[in-house]
Design a protein around this ligand. Structure first.
Ligand SMILES: Cc1cc2nc3c(=O)[nH]c(=O)nc-3n(C[C@H](O)[C@H](O)[C@H](O)COP(=O)(O)OP(=O)(O)OC[C@H]3O[C@@H](n4cnc5c(N)ncnc54)[C@H](O)[C@@H]3O)c2cc1C
Length: 415
């Protein structure tokens, strides 16, 4: 049975970062992945452009039950060290309103740079097409059981990701591997995903995109809000702002609570300003029907839907409506209600909420149950908001766990 100092299970961004960090010590590292290629998921990130990180950092961008632990890891290896790391790999970056991308905006460049560094590193051996079925903690070290052979190692880093992503190999088996070693699991759900509605008008507005402020109401109480582009689909609603709120909507739906959105289609005006604007349009442009007035700021396909909410139709001439009716129209524009009754699953989600709890790992991400076992990346209980925070977490936690595992191995050899 082949023996290594360190075996890293899962060669995503977290596993590859861990391997690179650990390889600074002169130790034998095996990087295993069930997929045919390392770092495959990076290719689909940021719509193929790979949003690596973000110059704006706040712990609120990392959702977890244990923010202190996450912050501690980010303080050890944060975005500025990430930028240096990529520069060393030969990847220059581009800042687009704080969102950091590879300079050429090609995700494949990032994956390829990881692979070429790793393949050229004498301390790291890579095995792809090697699915890990079980990890057995031994009296000293670990036995790794795979579909294509077994290995032993002094230390293991589990970086198998979560469930999220289209057609990739992140099948959540890592949670089972950790569970067999006694670790608990904070319940997992899709996060950064689209929301479903059965509103009858959806087929008519599918494909429409418009700016809005979205408030998420749980049991009729507004709890979270986000602004950005909405993308209407035939099943519901999508877009970055919806993704950001989806985590809380999904949890509430799973708890059987009522979930709805209140959409503000003209956030630049308050209710009074909008009332005055509509009033003056109606007086000054009496030749316009209701549809024409709303077309001044709403996508055409959305105007009949908004008017219907106020019990009006596109061909109505608003000169005849009274103040109450005009207030109804203001409400339809400023707080359009959309009942949510479901969410898109992991194949459409970008990240998994939940995972291995941080109170079962040390500040350097070592298991408190098994010395020499480490975790990094999405397998842990943290899900970032859109904007590069999930990859940042993968790089940060990969680096911190990789360094810690290498140091553990060095000390182990010295004794
Ligand atoms: C469509 C999409 C777009 C995204 N865009 C962005 C973005 O622009 N910016 C951002 O910050 N985040 C983005 N994310 C999220 C980000 O990609 C993930 O959070 C990140 O890849 C997690 O890294 P990881 O290494 O922990 O896990 P993963 O990337 O999931 O890697 C885990 C690896 O482990 C392997 N594996 C799993 N189980 C086993 C096993 N039993 N044996 C062997 N190997 C195994 C898998 O094959 C995989 O290669 C996006 C995600 C998706 C799905």
């Amino acid at each position: 049975m082949k023996s290594y100092d360190l075996i890293i299970v899962g060669a995503g961004p977290a596993g590859m970062s861990a391997a690179i960090a650990a390889s600074e010590e002169d130790i034998k590292i095996l990087l295993l992945d069930g997929s045919d290629k390392i770092g495959k998921k990076i290719l689909v990130t940021g719509n193929g452009k790979c949003n690596l990180t973000n110059s704006y950092q706040d712990i609120a961008c990392y959702r977890t039950e244990t923010p202190d632990k996450v912050l501690g890891v980010l303080n050890l290896f944060g975005p500025s060290k990430t930028a240096g790391f990529f520069r060393d790999l030969g990847i220059l970056t581009r800042d687009k309103n704080g969102y950091i991308y590879p300079y050429n905006e090609q995700a494949s460049t990032v994956r390829d740079a990881f692979e070429s560094f790793i393949r050229g590193n004498k301390n790291i051996t890579v095995r792809t097409g090697c699915h890990v079925d079980k990890i057995l903690p031994l009296r000293e070290g670990f036995r790794i059981i795979t579909g294509t052979g077994n290995y032993v190692s002094t230390a293991v880093i589990l970086t198998t990701g979560g469930y999220a992503g289209p057609g990739n190999d992140s099948d959540g088996t890592g949670f089972g591997l950790a569970g067999c070693m006694g670790h608990r699991l904070i319940p997992t759900y899709p996060a950064l995903t689209a929301l479903k509605s059965s509103a009858p008008f959806l087929k008519k507005v599918r494909g429409v995109r418009n700016q809005a402020n979205i408030s998420l109401l749980i049991d009729e109480e507004p709890l979270y809000s986000e602004s950005g582009e909405l993308q209407w689909t035939d099943y519901g609603i999508s877009g970055v702002a919806v993704f950001q709120l989806s985590r809380y909507a999904v949890i509430a739906l799973e708890e059987g609570r009522s979930v709805s959105l209140s959409l503000d289609f003209l956030r630049e005006m308050d209710r009074n300003q909008l009332y005055e604007y509509l009033y003056s349009q109606i007086r000054n442009c009496s030749y316009k029907d209701a549809g024409e007035i709303l077309k001044g700021f709403l996508p055409e396909k959305l105007t009949p839907v908004v008017l219907r909410e106020a019990h009006l139709s596109t061909h109505d001439n608003l000169i005849q409506v009274d103040a109450d009716k005009l207030q109804d129209l203001v409400s339809a524009i400023k707080s359009f209600p959309l009942r949510i009754n479901g969410y898109m699953g992991y194949e459409k989600a970008q990240v998994t909420r939940g995972g291995i709890p941080f109170n079962e790992v040390t500040d350097h991400l070592e298991s408190i149950l098994h010395t020499g076992l480490y975790f990094a990346g999405e397998i842990l209980d943290v899900d970032g908001t859109c904007g590069g925070y999930n990859l940042q977490w993968a790089f940060s936690s990969g680096n911190v766990s990789g360094k810690a595992a290498a140091e553990y191995i060095r000390k182990n050899k010295e004794t």
